[in-house]
Design a protein. Structure first.
Length: 86
């Protein structure tokens, strides 16, 4: 998946219904998970635990009031949702 992702266009302003401060670590974590396709690989790149990555993604989803990844246990594939790939 990482080879296919060249650019992710994210319009967080349009997604957030009310102004909330956004932690840059949440966005960095989202981008690493999107680039690697894996919470574990993202945690290695960010030098944090896998549970920290999961918590950050959960906090981002709560801030945006929507899921940011469609998770599949069958294939262990994580695909970004609600975002356009260019």
């Amino acid at each position: 998946m990482a080879a296919c992702v060249k650019h992710i266009q994210i319009d967080f302003a349009a997604m957030v219904s009310h102004a909330r401060p956004m932690d840059i670590a949440l966005i960095k974590t989202f981008l690493e998970v999107a680039a690697t396709g894996s919470f574990v690989q993202a945690s290695d790149r960010l030098f944090v635990t896998q549970s920290a990555v999961s918590l950050r993604v959960q906090r981002l989803e709560e801030n945006l009031d929507r899921p940011v990844f469609a998770r599949s246990k069958a294939t262990r594939e994580i695909m970004p949702s609600n975002f356009k790939f260019c």
